[in-house]
Design a protein around this ligand. Structure first.
Ligand code: ADP
Length: 437
């Protein structure tokens, strides 16, 4: 502030002096005085200018603020040092990334914003093997040489991650595409490749084993059942009758388990083929209700069906497999419902797909177990006293996937459980309009 007033005063003096000098003709002492004042003002202004530049520079370097021209060289060399350090750090990080990428067993590829290959590691080249060597700028079609991969990569550009299998000579690769969005918006697609040949072979062996064992055990189980039934018809002492009854119960449970096991391995191995047909929704719901009366009529639990779809809706679906999904969910809901309770089956058809929902007012499922109930043989702690194989929901999950949909659960302990099956509207299916109810 003081400096500004001084400067202003000097300029005023300069202005008046100049005016008078010009008016009267300048004497030597006037001229010297004027020159002195000009020099003084210039020095003041120069110091000010230096400060304007030096202060932010000092802040930038987080050092003591340079207060004068003399501090500039120090600030400049600090800036240079900072620059060198940054370059060195960037180089180190680049080298680190390169050496990680080189050592990875998994293949990694990055497609850039324009849809072409930007970078990849040696494992990607090794795993993809066939064809031309990889090079930056290649398109997905050229890199993978199969029709499915470019479509899946395109989906990832739209923000949808996906996973698929790729066969290369005798190898099976699992490819995962993840939208790459380091700064928020999707700027590319990151792909990882794993060699899953061994796991796939083991999985096939496991499925074959389960399928064979469950098939082979069905015949002796049937023979035991017939023998136990014959025994029951004999005039046997009461204890022997009770034993025959117990054999029958156990063999029925075994038959249920073998049935579920062979069904699951058929779905998992891909041996099960869907047979979609045009399905009248109203007629299908009537058949669901009638099946319910046959199977669960004696349970004392009522079934309420709600339809939210246009009148005379026709779906394209495999009726047998859709019934199997619903029967598994409904029989669980009945099993866990309180006596005299109600199970609700709701179907909603909208442009997003067909939503089937089965809800009950039973004990519900603890949150910690909700993620596990779709695993084979998993039975929640509270369900151990109820009959069951622990395979029903695994079958539902696989059937849903086979149909291109998914199943989810929503439950709060004490407030019942709600299972949702979301299935796509298949081709040949008229898009749904406004719901009728
Ligand atoms: P299970 O033959 O035991 O019913 P599932 O695979 O059908 O086998 O179900 C797995 C487990 O999920 C059940 O044992 C039970 O713990 C839980 N569960 C399934 N449905 C319900 C439900 N509606 N209410 C409460 N728990 C359920």
């Amino acid at each position: 502030m003081g400096r500004a007033i001084l400067c202003l005063g000097a300029m005023l003096f300069l202005g008046v002096g100049l005016g008078m000098g010009l008016h009267k003709g300048a004497s030597v002492s006037w001229t010297l005085g004027l020159l002195g004042t000009v020099a003084f003002v210039l020095v003041l202004m120069a110091r000010w200018q230096v400060r304007l530049v030096a202060e932010p520079l000092g802040q930038l370097l987080r050092e003591a603020r340079p207060m004068a021209i003399g501090d500039l060289p120090g600030a400049w060399s600090a800036l240079e040092q900072e620059n060198l350090d940054l370059k060195e750090r960037a180089n180190r990080e680049d080298q680190l990334l390169r050496s990680i990428m080189t050592r990875l067993e998994e293949g990694v590829l990055l497609f850039g914003p324009g849809g072409s290959l930007e970078t990849y590691n040696p494992a990607a080249q090794r795993l993809l093997g066939l064809g031309a060597p990889l090079a930056p700028g290649m398109g997905a079609g050229l890199v993978f040489q199969d029709p499915e991969s470019p479509v899946a990569i395109q989906r990832a550009y739209l923000g949808v991650p996906s996973e698929w299998r790729l066969t290369r000579a005798v190898r099976t690769l699992r490819v995962r595409a993840i939208p790459f969005a380091p700064l928020g918006a999707v700027a590319g697609v990151l792909l990882t490749l794993d060699d899953v040949t061994r796991q796939e072979a083991l999985e096939t062996t496991r499925q074959k084993f389960i399928s064979n064992v469950s098939h082979e055990l069905k015949t002796p189980a049937t023979a035991i059942r017939i023998a136990a039934e014959n025994l029951q018809e004999e005039r046997l002492p009461e204890s022997a009758q009770a034993s025959a009854q117990s054999i029958l119960r156990s063999v029925d449970r075994l038959a249920l388990l073998l049935g579920d096991l062979s069904e699951l391995s058929r779905i998992e191995s891909g041996a099960l083929r869907l047979e979609p047909v045009r399905l009248d929704l109203d007629a299908f719901l009537v058949s669901v209700e009638s099946d319910y009366r046959t199977r669960h009529g004696a349970s004392g639990v009522a079934l309420e069906i709600r339809k939210e779809a246009p009148e005379s809706m026709v779906l394209v679906a495999d009726p047998l497999r859709l019934s199997q999904i619903l029967e598994n969910l409904v029989s669980n809901a009945v099993k866990f419902s309180p006596p005299g309770g109600t199970v609700t089956l709701r179907v909603e058809v909208s442009p997003r797909g067909q939503l089937w929902e089965v809800a009950d007012l039973g004990p519900g499922i603890p949150e910690a177990e909700q993620g596990r109930i779709f695993e084979r043989f998993y039975r929640a702690q509270g369900a151990k006293s109820k009959p069951g194989t622990g395979l029903g929901l695994a079958i539902v999950k696989h059937l849903c996937r086979l149909m291109g949909g998914e199943v989810t659960v929503d439950s709060r302990p004490g407030e019942g459980a709600r299972f949702r099956v979301m299935l796509p509207l298949l081709q040949d299916q008229p898009p749904a309009g406004a719901p009728s109810r």
